[in-house]
Design a protein around this ligand. Structure first.
Ligand SMILES: *Cc1c(COP(=O)(O)O)cnc(C)c1O
Length: 369
């Protein structure tokens, strides 16, 4: 890996391959894999990740919004793309770009059929989402008959898959709840398949569902966080490799006398002679203010340097009193150690939040060797 000369997010495609293969090793050979590449592939680089996974013959992609699917098509992605949370205003674009909508209530299902008919579509692939306990998006289990009658009244659409989403597959203390969701989904999918007369793809498991509930793998699994190297437990984190390493450099070193303060609002007040380093990364880059005031730390030459005072928009100041380092030295915010999950933990949040927060201002550097 090259030494950083500025703030950079390195994306290691070999780590991605490792994670993809690890997750696949948990599945039967005929279980399909959908890679979730929403939110810039969890803050990495959706185009590069999708191209790489397309070459590895991943079966499906998912994004949250239609604009994200359009960007993937613009990048040359030909693999089917499921749009998890499409908005009706963009349905025409969705059809033009061969994106496949998740439809989760009668209103949006009918809105889609209207646009698809106007666009003279036949058997357009759609995905029906059922709510089994997350209470976020999805038809109710009692809506099976309604969906089937709407879907069979027209030839414009064809139900390519039915799916649901687990609420806490990572929490083994809530096994009963997850098992109940799995059962509910099986009940729904049995009824649906019988009523509609053909078999859509069934899918339910996210990354932790893959790792913890083999009985939920069904026809396809949807993995996001696992592909990026996090398994929602220390145990599983060991089997995966973080694909992203956030690095920066020391811009300037200051000596702070006892009684002096550092940063905005003079939030840090020195009780002794201290040395600080200023790093060009701030809350506009995704390091939120909650990491300030000695919550978060970065790593300099293997040692922990705590963030002191408030996080600025473009900078943080860290305590390097006991660290041997120089202006221009590389610093690590997260990567292999600490990983993003451990870094996030210092501010009471989770890997998902910190990795997707790294703003587009930070340069992405793709590493493929
Ligand atoms: C984001 C998302 C996923 C991916 O979940 P991970 O825990 O990151 O694997 C899967 N399914 C749906 C519906 C999602 O919104």
């Amino acid at each position: 890996m090259p030494k950083a000369r500025e703030t950079v997010l390195e994306i290691d495609l070999k780590a991605l391959k490792h994670n993809y293969e690890y997750l696949k090793s948990k599945l039967n050979n005929n279980t399909k894999v959908l890679a979730v590449v929403k939110a810039f592939a969890y803050g990495s680089d959706a185009d590069e990740i999708a191209k790489y996974l397309q070459d590895l013959k991943v079966d499906y992609f998912a994004v949250a919004y239609i604009s994200e699917g359009v960007a993937l098509r613009d990048a040359g992605i030909r693999t089917p793309i499921l749009v998890l949370h499409p908005q009706a205003i963009n349905f025409k674009i969705l059809i033009e770009r061969c994106l496949e909508p998740s439809l989760y209530n009668a209103k949006i299902l009918n809105e889609f059929i209207t646009v698809a008919s106007e666009e003279k579509q036949n058997n357009y692939p759609v995905h029906i989402k059922f709510n089994t306990g997350l209470n976020r998006l999805g038809f109710d289990e009692n809506d099976v008959d309604t969906v089937v009658s709407i879907a069979t009244e027209t030839s414009t659409i064809k139900v390519k898959s039915i799916f649901s989403h687990l609420a806490e597959s990572e929490n083994l203390k809530e096994r009963d709840f997850t098992r109940q969701q799995i059962e509910r989904f099986k009940h729904i999918s049995d009824a649906f398949t019988e009523r509609i007369g053909y078999k859509p793809i069934l899918h339910l498991a996210n990354t932790s569902g893959i790792l913890n509930y083999p009985e939920a793998h069904l026809d396809m699994v949807r993995s996001g966080i696992g592909l990026y190297g996090y398994g929602n437990s220390e145990e599983e984190d060991k089997n995966l490799k973080p694909i992203a390493t956030l690095k920066s450099i020391i811009s300037q070193i200051h000596t702070i006398k006892k009684g002096e303060t550092v940063g905005y609002n003079r939030a840090y007040k020195s009780d002794d002679l201290k040395k600080t380093a200023t790093i060009p990364i701030g809350h506009a880059d995704g390091i939120g203010r909650q990491y300030g005031n000695k919550k978060g730390f970065i790593t300099i030459n293997g040692s922990k340097a705590f963030i002191i005072g408030n996080v600025c928009m473009d900078m943080i100041m860290v305590d390097i009193t006991d660290i041997d380092c120089n202006e221009g030295d590389e610093v690590i915010i997260f990567g292999d150690h600490p990983n993003a999950s451990q870094f996030a933990h210092t501010a009471n949040t989770i890997s998902y939040e910190i990795i997707t927060a790294i703003s587009q201002r930070v340069k992405r550097l793709i590493i493929d060797n």
